[in-house]
Design a protein around this ligand. Structure first.
Ligand code: DC
Length: 221
């Protein structure tokens, strides 16, 4: 596959700052930002709505043929439309975070979502954030970055984010969730969370959002 558009892959574990940084990069460069995690979150949301117990693979696979999931942009802002409804603000809860990591293990789910992601990349300049963008979704992306940060700092960032959204949770719960997702996302057999060999590693521990964005923008110059 030869890419005609500018594609930037931004991967890393939960709370590493990917989405915030990707949004800044997209604004500065005037390109799209695709937050692929939101798509896995939408599948988890659908599974809960359909009463599928424990995100069992057979139940989830049955949902896929009729999955009506669209990624649209309003004023350059990504919206997730499921069955015709905007669910963007409903998929940030700890329950959906946990579910997204669980449905993401199912290869059929990944194949379906990756198809949509590759279509967007083929037709637009985009900075795409996720877990497997540099290794699997867009292995030929011109620019690849892999963000990391200490687990403590990532949990603190995520906890503050949730509290600011009035989502009630303790720091300990968020830390536990992040440790679970790190393991689940890295150990799955198909397209796990992994740094691409040619990705630039950035440790964001102790760095401000602006500092990290600057490192990336400088590399892109
Ligand atoms: O980036 P996020 O926290 O919104 O992602 C939620 C979950 O979705 C994450 O724990 C693993 C899964 N995911 C994935 O497997 N591959 C991606 N490209 C993006 C997210």
């Amino acid at each position: 596959m030869t890419l005609k558009h500018l594609n930037i892959a931004l991967d890393g574990p939960a709370g590493s700052g990917k989405s915030t940084i990707a949004r800044i990069i997209s604004e500065r460069l005037g390109i799209l930002h695709l937050d692929t995690g939101a798509m896995y979150r939408a599948v988890a949301y659908k599974a809960i709505k359909c009463g599928i117990k424990n995100y069992n693979a057979d139940g989830i696979k049955k949902l896929l043929p009729s999955l009506d999931l669209k990624v649209v942009y309003k004023n350059n802002c990504q919206k997730i439309i499921l069955d015709g409804k905007d669910i963007t603000s409903k998929i940030r809860t700890p329950e959906i975070s946990d579910g997204a990591s669980k449905v993401a293990v199912i290869p059929e789910v990944r194949i379906k979502l990756v198809e949509i992601q590759r279509k967007i990349a083929a037709n637009h300049d985009v900075v795409m954030d996720g877990r497997d963008i540099g290794t699997y979704v867009l292995p030929e992306a011109k620019y690849k970055f892999f963000l990391i940060a200490s687990v403590d700092e990532r949990a603190k960032r995520r906890w503050k984010e949730l509290i600011n959204k009035n989502i009630c949770c303790t720091y300990e719960q968020v830390l536990k969730d992040i440790i679970f997702r790190d393991k689940n996302d890295s150990c799955r057999a198909f397209a796990p969370l992994k740094k691409a060999e040619d990705a630039i590693l950035i440790d964001t521990t102790g760095k401000s959002i602006e500092q990290v964005a600057k490192i990336i923008l400088d590399k892109l110059k």
